[in-house]
Write a protein that binds this ligand. Structure first.
Ligand code: GCU
Length: 421
């Protein structure tokens, strides 16, 4: 978008929405609040051992996030069948094995299908993989002509040539900048990606996508404590791991959940829901992801729930402009990933996602990693831009905007080499 149009459009949105015009970007205006202690139960008991954490505190925190933030999945639905639609052992300049695998799910007389695009390093017997959703179709992450174009609903995007909510050839390769496929392959990792709109189209409509397969009779909307779209997308990542366990080319014990922005919120919740994820990456996930809600810096709960009413469960609305009432905060979500490696990344110009709130969250989650003798973000002082802190819990803030860059991937690969064992 041209800067002028962008300015006019921002001005229009700001003047339209009183909530947005209240957006706080001033650190001195962050309210003071008590950081909920990950190691104190809701009944006030201090947790001192891994055993107590796993038996008492982790489950109660998990259930809180499940019932009040992301929403619970009504019932288990496993892969009905999978089909390798296409395979080439000499893809990506001869570096990779490419597979396109369709997973199929059936229930309520309905079928849902989504396709995993896999690039696996050729010279590896069982490859560890990064698994992450893409925003505009598998064909956007690469110039590779063999990658299928999804027929699922997509958000229109003028610069990508997406009209009538339909993906076409025009958008092939438009997002190669966000996916460092060659670097990933050279480092001995595979990449698995899925178009998120195939699992649940990103719109406030619950008649489509995976939700409709799990309704009870006469239900057409999730109950207040049932899954929104983020939980649905997370579910799709979990089911992809089920497939990886069956694929002899993949080391399913080394799957790293990756996601950017709304899909970073998704990778976090997937990593929390399923301990088979060996590591988790949150790239600029912001509000409802890694950032602490009670800081009310940048995007707030009222704003996110108003603009994207389908992302979280309906119960989450209770905390709109009422963050004080939340008995938890997002650092406790991060803590639920312990002791598995976690990487939280921010971008300097992405103030909407509250980089400091993302950093502090990683810091406050670290105390749970200590129970397992793992190190994380020990300091409360943010590192300088482009000076990553690498530990079991890692963090960086890079120069630039809300995006995924080669710099991000280089750091994820370094951290994975060192900590995802
Ligand atoms: C919006 C939204 C964010 C989200 C982002 C994205 O900016 O407010 O919460 O992370 O979209 O997914 O790109």
């Amino acid at each position: 978008m041209k800067p002028l149009t962008c300015f006019v459009c921002c001005f229009f949105i700001l003047s339209m929405s009183p909530l947005l015009s209240q957006t706080n970007y001033d650190e001195s205006k962050v309210p003071s609040f008590e950081v909920p202690d990950p190691l104190m139960t809701f009944k006030g008991k201090k947790i001192k051992t891994v055993k107590k954490w796993e038996k008492t505190r982790r489950p109660e925190l998990f259930h809180f996030f499940e019932n009040n933030v992301y929403g619970k999945i009504p019932k288990t639905l496993k892969i009905d069948s999978y089909t390798i639609l296409e395979q080439d052992d000499n893809a990506f300049n001869g570096k990779a094995k490419r597979k396109q695998v369709e997973l199929s799910f059936k229930n309520n007389g309905k079928t849902l299908r989504y396709t995993i695009l896999l690039y696996l390093p050729k010279n590896k017997v069982k490859a560890p993989v990064f698994l992450g959703y893409n925003f505009y179709g598998n064909h956007t992450i690469t110039e590779d002509k063999a990658v299928f174009i999804s027929s699922a609903w997509a958000n229109n995007n003028e610069s990508f040539g997406i009209e009538n909510n339909t993906l076409t050839e025009v958008s092939r390769g438009k997002r190669t900048n966000r996916w460092a496929v060659e670097k990933i392959l050279d480092a001995g990792y595979g990449l698995a990606t899925i178009y998120y709109g195939e699992v649940d189209p990103d719109k406030n409509d619950f008649t489509d996508g995976i939700h409709s397969l799990l309704y009870q009779q006469d239900q057409n909307h999730p109950k207040p404590d049932e899954w929104g779209s983020i939980a649905a997308w997370s579910w799709g990542m979990v089911r992809a791991v089920d497939y990886f366990e069956k694929d002899p080319d993949i080391d399913a014990s080394k799957v790293i959940a990756f996601g950017h922005s709304r899909l970073g919120k998704t990778s976090l919740w997937a990593g929390v829901m399923d301990k088979r994820f060996a590591g988790v990456i949150s790239n600029d996930s912001g509000c409802g992801g890694a950032a602490m809600s009670k800081r009310k810096f940048g995007e707030t709960l009222a704003v996110i729930n108003d603009r994207f009413p389908h992302w979280f469960c309906d119960n989450f609305n209770e905390y709109n402009e009422n963050e004080e009432a939340l008995p938890v905060d997002q650092h406790q979500l991060l803590a639920l990933i312990a002791p598995r490696p976690l990487y939280v990344a921010s971008a300097q110009e992405d103030q909407w996602a509250d980089p400091r709130g993302e950093f502090l969250s990683a810091h406050y989650a670290t105390q749970v990693y200590h129970l397992y003798d793992k190190e994380g973000i020990e300091t409360m002082e943010m590192p300088k831009v482009n000076e990553p802190i690498h530990n079991t819990v890692s963090y960086h803030i890079r120069t630039g905007k809300h995006d995924v860059t080669d710099y991000d991937w280089e750091n994820y690969i370094k951290w994975a080499n060192a900590y995802v064992k």
